[in-house]
Structure formats: structure tokens, C-alpha cells
Design a protein around this ligand. Structure first.
Ligand code: MSP
Length: 643
């Protein structure tokens, strides 16, 4: 191993017995980077783990009648199993209940207290248990947690405080001087403008109302605030403040902390301030990725979609799931998950484009050359162009992976796959095979196909743990030198004389109609069947004769502010626009008859008022999940309740 190190982390996960596919997002992304860096010769430290303390866990355990430790132990095993199933190559797994972590957290707390960065005072404020976050009254939105919208509890207790405010100016300066520190840039602006520049308050860092946490050594009725405990994992896992700090010295500062956008604030404000106070270097980058959402709802309340990663991996295979996660959503933005989108990707990109290319190539070498690759090279126009497209790709993929642009990196690889498929159409091997005189040309075509696939298969390794090997088996590639990452820089490495092995189809096509029906059976909770006529009758009875609706009827309408993300005309309908709306955490699709009043461009970025609980209907075959009442010129937070 070389001496270049690379340290990457995921957040440590709350023990939840219902992990959905969205949870695997950060981990799969981090795994792709870790695999890539190892292939590039780095000595990689890839850390993940579990965040096991706090009031939320204590309450759940109480409800189940078990101790918090018993409660988390069982779940943590399940999480570890999931990462195994997803072939996550983490080098360490930290649990915040690990003894050495707890001891290091105690030492960190004590050090900060001794030097005056932590002091004792009294706390009065609102606490959101699900987010384990403190809020002041002015920060609440409609009296609820501004992050998750749930109930908060008024808390008054003796507490220790961390002098966060002291680090405000240094933090602003650091962020301004290090534009790579918070990525993507939009999140950097959000942190500076919404939190840092308006001013930081000191942070309450201990609790006395429950005891499932790391005890403060010098004041045992206090436990350390769960975020101080959790964030410390990134250094305690390396032995910081333990007898053996070797790994810490070797790997810290981290190259990147990958985190979901909702926890960027903790990682870019509290965490660096803690490190500044400890006199330790700051991580090089915090990357806040977007969320994977379900159309019309949150992942945790899945309806009509299978979101259990174990079921998905069993049904479609690991590589298909990992491919979807990394391809469908540009890292940094939000994206939508649906079983239909997943199956479409599998059919088009994996079965049609990649799978077919492998099968066709191997089958043709088998048929025309008895499975043994002849030694023949070609320099014609098509051949030159194919070679150019292939050879330009590895450096592009590397640059994109260095910037964590997984989706674009995969797009580049798929350009090669498409170009190679096109090459088959251009060179028409089946026509060449008809004339013995064309045999050398046919042989050269086969060589180019195999060589292009060789390079593709090597580049797929960070994303897919299983497919590259399947392709190597079929192409007959056994020599390590021919599948080495750096060998993608050279054209012509595929050894002539290699025997190919016809094998199974690597990505079978899925019959989408049948599959959707099957999935439907797995997920849909049958709505109560009502007699149609009865429903109509009831409606008629309720309608008011004077044309007014009652306040009770009005009260049923859920009016929300939503932001227009995308707008486009509906073909064959002058009045209709199809809109993609962001309503808080949800993405909605609405078909609206406002094309005469607004052009699509005009609407993008605008806020609208949406009747959010209108029964979905199909307009021109497109599902509409709500109705728009008005467009607003003033920016309001999306998802805000109007009524
Ligand atoms: N325990 C804290 C992190 C402490 S780090 C010092 C936590 N845990 S979590 O289990 O709620 O989330 C773990 C990761 O999963 C986060 O990065 C979060 O953004 C990610 N995701 C959970 N649901 C997600 C989606 N639906 N989509 C994408 N990622 C999401 O936060």
C-alpha cells in the first residue's frame, strides 16, 4: 500500500428497525468512493456505525420493556447485516456504546470544561426528541420543530453549555477561506446566511432528564448531549484521546464526511467549533447530499412502493439497486424513488444497454471464432471514433468521482456502452461474417468490442461489487494486469488468444406490467371498498342548496405552500401544464390548467398554494396529485400550512 491515506465517513445511524432504501443512500455513496480510492492505491479508512444514545432510544426501549442496551444490540446487528448484504466495505464500525468511545467522549467533555469552553448554567427552551435538537421560541415554526415539524417539549433544567458563540467569527472566516469545506456550495450559503451570520448562541450540551447517555464524569447526574457524543465518533473511532492514537495520527483530518442535508448544520457548525476548541484540525470537506423521496410522500410512510432494501436486493440484485441509487439522483439534489423508475432503469440501462452488449459480444466471438479472440487490430473511421470515446472516459470518470458526482460518472460510462452498441450497428458483424474475405475485419471488430467492454467493466467497480467479475468471467479475463484500474489508460490490453465463456444473462429484463402487479400486491393496503352509487348519493345529500359550503367542509381542505421545481406543457392540451412541486419534504406532480396565464419558465422557482389533500386524478393520462389555487411572488417556506 502506498502512503496516501483517505478517510471517509458516513453519519452514524440511529438504531431503527425499519431501515428503508433512503437510509442506504449515504452508505452506498461512501462505499463507492472508498472502493474507488482503494483502486487508485490509497490507504482508505471508511467508517460507519451507530448513534445509540439519547432520549428517543430510552423511550423506545421503555415502551418495549427492555433496557436501552438490549434494545440497541438487536437492531445494530440488523444494521450490520444490511451493510453486509449491500457489500459495504467499511473498515470500521463504531457504536457510541463502545467503551473506548464513551471514555474518549468523557475526556473531550472534561477537557473543554477545564479550559472554560464548557460552563454550567440553566437551560430553558424547546427540545425536539426525534431530532435531539434544542430550539429557542423564535426558531419554532407554528410552535413545532423547524426541522421535522413535530411537537417540541418545553425543557427547563440545569445544564452545561458549550461556548459556540466564541467560535462564530473563526468559523465564518474558515468557511469563507475554504470554499471546498462545505459542498455543494448552496449548502455553504445556507449555513452562512441562515445560521452563522445572524449569530450563534451557546449550545446546551448536557441533559439531566434522562440517563441513557455518556455520563459527565465530574457531575454524574448529567449525560452528554447526544450530538456531542455522536459527532465525536469521527475521531474516537481512530483512537483519539485513547492510549493508542496511531490511527488518529494517520488518518485525521478526514477527507470527507458524507451526510444528508438535514444534518449539515451539526457537521459544519457544532463539529468544527468543537474541533477548534480541542485544537485539532478540521475535516477537509463536509458534503451534504439530498434526499431520496417517494412520489407524494416520505420514505418512512411508504405506500404502494417496496422500500425495504433487503426485499429490493433480493428481488432485483444488489448491483441494480446500487446502480439506481447512484445514477438516478445527482448527488447533492433530492430525487424520487419509485419501483417503476427502478425497473425502468434496470430494463433500459442494465438489461438493454450493458447486459445485451456483454451477451452479444461474447456470443459473436463464440460463433465466428470458436470463442477464441483473434489477434487483429483495425484503424478505420468507426474504429477510431470508438477508441477515442472509450479512451476519453476513464479520466472523466475519475474527475467526477473525485467531486462525488456519481450520476455523471455513470452517465459517462454509459456513453461508452451506447457508443459500443452503436459500433455493432455500424460495423454489422453478421454481414461481415458472410464473406470469408472479411474475416480479418470481423476479427478486429470483435477485438474492439471486447476491449471496450474490458474498460467499462473496470470502471464499474466502485459502483457495482458483482457485475465486473461476471463480465471478466465471460470475457475470459483472468490476469490481474488486464483488469487493473490503471490499465484503463491503455487501449489494447485485452490479450489476443483469450477464450471467452458464454454465460448467463447478467441483467435479465423484467416484465414491468407483471412486476408492478406483484409489487402492488405486496404493498397496497386495500382501501375500503365503497359502493360507488352510495358515495354519489352521499355527496348529493351534502351539497348545500344555497351554493355555499359550510365551514366544516372548508376545514377539510389542506392548503399548502409548494415550490415549483419543474414545469412543462402537456402535449395535446393548450391549457395544461405539468408541474413538479416541492412541498416540504414531499415531491408532488400536479397537472394544472394555467398554461394560458403562465409560461413554464415563469413558474419555475415560484411558490404556489396547493390543495394538498385532493384525491389524485388522471388528466390526459398524467396523474395529478392536488390542485393549484394561486401563485405567490413572495418566497415562503415550501410545505408551510396555509390552512
Ligand atoms: N444519527 C444521526 C447522525 C449522527 S452523525 C454524527 C442521523 N442518523 S439517521 O439514521 O437518521 O440518518 C443517517 C443517514 O441516512 C443521514 O445521512 C440521512 O440523511 C440519511 N438518510 C435517511 N433517510 C434518507 C433518505 N430518504 N434519503 C437520503 N438519505 C437519507 O441523522
Amino acid at each position: 500500500m502506498g502512503n496516501k491515506t483517505y478517510y471517509i465517513t458516513t453519519p452514524i445511524y440511529y438504531p431503527s428497525d425499519k431501515l428503508h432504501i433512503g437510509h442506504s443512500y449515504t452508505t452506498v455513496a461512501a462505499d463507492a468512493v472508498a472502493r474507488y480510492k482503494r483502486l487508485k492505491g490509497y490507504d482508505v479508512m471508511f467508517l460507519t456505525g451507530t448513534d445509540e444514545h439519547g432520549q428517543k432510544i430510552q423511550r423506545k426501549a421503555e415502551a418495549k420493556g427492555v433496557t436501552p442496551k438490549q434494545y440497541v444490540d438487536e437492531i445494530v446487528d440488523g444494521i450490520k447485516d444490511l451493510w453486509k448484504l449491500m457489500k459495504i466495505t467499511n473498515d470500521r464500525f463504531i457504536r457510541t456504546t463502545d467503551k473506548n468511545h464513551e471514555e474518549a467522549v468523557q475526556k473531550i467533555f472534561k477537557k473543554l470544561y477545564d479550559q472554560g469552553d464548557i460552563y454550567k448554567s440553566e437551560y430553558e427552551g424547546w427540545y425536539c426528541t426525534p431530532c435531539e435538537s434544542f430550539w429557542t421560541k423564535t426558531q419554532l415554526v407554528d410552535g413545532k420543530c423547524p426541522d421535522c415539524g413535530r411537537e417540541v417539549e418545553l425543557t427547563k433544567e440545569e445544564s452545561y453549555f458549550f461556548r459556540l458563540s466564541k467560535y462564530q467569527d473563526r468559523l465564518i472566516k474558515f468557511i469563507e477561506e475554504n470554499p471546498e469545506f462545505i459542498q455543494p456550495v448552496s449548502r455553504q450559503n445556507e449555513m452562512l446566511n441562515n445560521f452563522l451570520r445572524p449569530g450563534l448562541e451557546d449550545l446546551c450540551v448536557s441533559r439531566t432528564t434522562f440517563n441513557w447517555g455518556v455520563p459527565v464524569t465530574f457531575d454524574e447526574k448529567h449525560v452528554v448531549y447526544v450530538w456531542i457524543d455522536a459527532l465525536s465518533n469521527y475521531i474516537t473511532a481512530l483512537g483519539f484521546m485513547s492510549e493508542d492514537e496511531q490511527a488518529y495520527k494517520k488518518y485525521w483530518p478526514a477527507d470527507v464526511h458524507l451526510v444528508g442535508k438535514e444534518i449539515v448544520r451539526f457537521h459544519t457548525i457544532i463539529w468544527p467549533a468543537m474541533l477548534m476548541a480541542l485544537g485539532e484540525p478540521l475535516p477537509k470537506q463536509i458534503y451534504g447530499h439530498g434526499w431520496l423521496l417517494l412520489e407524494g410522500g416520505k420514505m418512512s410512510k411508504s405506500k404502494g412502493n417496496v422500500v425495504d432494501p433487503v426485499v429490493l436486493v433480493e428481488k432485483y440484485g444488489l448491483d441494480a439497486i446500487r446502480y439506481f441509487l447512484l445514477r438516478e439522483v445527482p448527488f447533492g439534489s433530492d430525487g424520487v424513488f419509485s419501483n417503476e423508475a427502478l425497473i425502468n432503469r434496470i430494463n433500459s440501462d442494465l438489461a438493454n444497454d450493458l447486459g445485451n452488449l456483454v451477451s452479444r459480444t461474447v456470443a459473436m466471438i463464440d460463433k465466428y471464432f470458436d470463442g477464441v479472440m483473434p489477434d487483429e487490430r483495425l484503424e478505420g473511421d468507426f474504429d477510431q471514433d470508438l477508441k477515442k470515446v472509450v479512451m476519453e472516459t476513464p479520466p472523466k470518470v475519475e474527475q467526477l468521482l473525485d467531486k462525488l458526482q456519481f450520476s455523471s460518472a455513470l452517465t459517462e460510462i454509459w456513453k461508452v456502452i451506447s457508443r459500443t452498441n452503436k459500433y455493432i450497428d455500424e460495423t454489422m458483424p453478421w454481414a461481415l461474417a458472410k464473406d470469408e474475405a472479411n474475416k480479418p475485419r470481423l476479427a478486429g471488430v470483435m477485438y474492439n468490442l471486447a476491449e471496450s467492454l474490458r474498460i467499462v467493466s473496470i470502471l464499474l467497480q466502485p459502483f457495482m461489487p458483482e457485475t465486473p467479475e461476471k463480465i471478466w468471467n465471460q470475457l475470459g479475463l483472468t490476469d490481474k494486469k488486464t483488469i487493473d484500474w490503471d490499465s484503463t489508460q491503455n487501449w489494447g490490453v485485452y490479450p489476443a488468444g483469450t477464450k471467452v465463456n458464454k454465460g448467463d444473462v447478467i441483467f435479465p429484463r423484467i416484465d414491468i406490467k407483471k412486476e408492478m402487479e406483484e409489487l402492488e400486491k405486496l404493498t397496497v393496503q386495500q382501501p375500503e371498498k365503497k359502493d360507488q352509487k352510495d358515495a354519489v348519493k352521499q355527496k348529493e345529500e351534502k351539497a348545500s342548496p344555497d351554493g355555499f359550503i359550510s365551514i366544516e367542509d372548508f376545514a377539510k381542505i389542506d392548503l399548502r405552500v409548494a415550490k415549483v421545481l419543474e414545469a412543462e406543457k402537456v402535449e395535446g392540451a393548450d391549457k395544461l401544464l405539468k408541474l413538479k412541486l416541492e412541498m416540504g419534504e414531499e415531491i408532488r406532480q400536479v397537472v394544472s390548467g394555467i398554461a394560458k396565464h403562465y409560461s413554464p419558465d415563469e413558474l419555475i422557482g415560484k411558490f404556489v398554494i396547493l390543495v394538498a389533500n385532493l384525491k389524485p386524478v388522471k388528466l390526459k393520462g398524467i396523474e395529478s396529485q392536488g390542485m393549484i389555487l394561486a401563485a405567490l411572488d413572495k418566497a415562503i417556506e415550501s410545505g408551510a400550512k396555509v390552512r
